[in-house]
Design a protein around this ligand. Structure first.
Ligand code: PHE
Length: 339
C-alpha cells in the first residue's frame, strides 16, 4: 500500500507539471482527491490492513493528500497568474500609437449667419422672442393687416392645416403675440423657420429662415430704423457697407421700404456679383402700421415703431457667395467645411 500511495503521489505530480489550464488542474484534483478519486479508493482499502499498520499507512496517506493538495494549489496559482497576465497583455493600449483623427462637426453657414445676427441685435439691446411654427391664420395674416384677398393668403402660396391654422409664412406673428402681451418699450428679434409653398430652385425653398425685428416705443422714427439697419449691414458685410432704402409696400408697415446694401465685392462700382447695380437687396422694413399697433392694444397716437424682416438664407448666400440655396440643405460636408 505504501508503494501504491507513493505511485499516486508521483503520478499526480507528473500530471500536474504538464497541466496548462485551470480546468486541467481541476480534473487532476478530482482524479486523485475527489470522492471517487484514486487516493480515496486506497484509503477505503485500509480496513483490510492489520491493525498495527493502519496508523502508519493512515499517516502516509494523509501526507500524500496534503502533498498533492499543496502542489495543486501552487500550480493553480501559477496558471491563474499567467492567465491574468495574458488578459492584461491582450487589453494593453499602446499609447505611442498615432491617434485616430475624429471628425468634429462644423457650424452650418445658416447658423453662423443666424448667430451673427443674434449677436448684432442683442448687442443693440434686442431680446430674442420665439413663437409657434404652426400658427393661427389670425396672427399670420389678419392681425398684420393683410387683406382677405391678398395673394400671399392663397392656398397655392401657403400651407394650411385647416381654415384657421397654417404653417407660418413669416415670423411677424411672433411680434403680434409679443405686442399683445407687453407694454412698450418692446425691442425684439424673432428668429425662426418659416414655410411657403414654393418650388425648390436655386433661390427658393418651401422651408427657410427669417430674423424679424421690432422696436416700439415713444418717438421711434424711420431714422432709427435706418441707423439700426446700417449697423446690421456693417456687422454682417463689413464696416464700409452702406444701405439704401427704396419705397415699397407691405400691408403691416407704412411707410415701407426695401433695403439694399452696397455691393461687398465692388463697394458699389458695379460688378458681376451685383449684376452691375452696385447694390444688392437684402431685406424688407418699415414703420409699423398704426392699425397693427391698435389691434395689439398699443395706442398709435402715443407709440410708434419700426419692423424689419431679414431672410437668413439670402443673407448667408450673399455673405458667403453661395449661388444655389439647395447647397445649404444638402449637408455635404465638403461644402459645409468651407465656411
Ligand atoms: N414679413 C415680411 C416678409 O416675410 C418681411 C418684413 C418684416 C417686411 C417687417 C417689413 C417689415 O416678407
Amino acid at each position: 500500500m505504501r508503494e501504491q500511495l507513493e505511485e499516486i503521489r508521483k503520478m499526480a505530480e507528473k500530471e500536474l507539471s504538464a497541466a496548462d489550464s485551470a480546468s486541467a488542474v481541476e480534473s487532476i484534483r478530482l482524479k486523485y482527491l475527489g470522492k471517487k478519486g484514486e487516493l480515496t479508493a486506497v484509503l477505503r482499502g485500509m480496513g483490510a490492513l492489520p491493525p498495527e499498520e493502519r496508523p502508519v499507512i493512515g499517516q502516509i496517506a494523509n501526507e500524500t493528500r496534503q502533498d498533492i493538495t499543496e502542489k495543486i494549489d501552487t500550480v493553480f496559482l501559477k496558471i491563474e497568474q499567467r492567465e491574468r497576465n495574458a488578459g492584461f497583455l491582450a487589453e494593453a493600449v499602446d499609447v505611442t500609437m498615432p491617434g485616430k483623427r475624429l471628425n468634429i462637426g462644423h457650424t452650418h453657414p445658416l447658423s453662423i449667419v443666424m448667430n451673427e445676427m443674434k449677436d448684432i441685435f442683442t448687442g443693440l439691446g434686442y431680446e430674442i422672442a420665439e413663437g409657434p411654427e404652426i400658427e393661427y391664420v389670425y396672427y399670420n395674416f389678419d392681425a398684420l393687416n393683410i387683406s382677405k384677398d391678398h395673394p400671399s393668403r392663397d392656398y397655392q402660396d401657403t400651407f394650411y392645416i385647416n381654415d384657421r391654422v397654417l404653417l407660418r409664412t413669416q415670423t411677424s406673428p411672433v411680434q403680434i403675440r409679443v405686442m399683445e402681451e407687453r407694454e412698450p418699450p418692446i425691442k425684439i428679434i424673432c428668429p425662426g423657420r418659416v414655410y411657403r409653398a414654393d418650388e425648390v430652385d436655386a433661390t427658393h425653398s418651401p422651408v427657410f429662415h427669417q430674423v424679424e425685428g421690432l422696436f416700439v416705443d415713444k418717438g421711434i422714427t424711420m431714422g432709427d430704423l435706418a441707423g439700426t439697419l446700417r449697423l446690421f449691414a456693417a456687422g454682417i458685410f463689413g464696416g464700409q457697407t452702406k444701405i439704401r432704402l427704396r419705397p415699397h409696400n407691405f400691408p403691416f408697415t407704412e411707410p415701407s421700404a426695401e433695403v439694399d446694401v452696397s455691393c461687398w465685392t465692388c463697394g458699389g462700382k458695379g460688378c458681376r456679383v451685383c449684376k452691375g447695380e452696385g447694390w444688392i437687396e437684402i431685406l424688407g422694413a418699415g414703420m409699423v402700421h398704426p392699425k397693427v399697433l391698435a389691434v395689439c392694444g398699443i395706442d398709435p397716437e402715443i407709440y410708434s415703431g419700426f419692423a424689419f424682416g431679414i431672410g437668413v438664407e439670402r443673407t448667408a448666400m450673399c455673405k458667403f457667395n453661395i449661388d444655389d440655396m439647395r447647397l445649404l440643405y444638402e449637408n455635404d460636408i465638403r461644402f459645409l467645411r468651407q465656411f
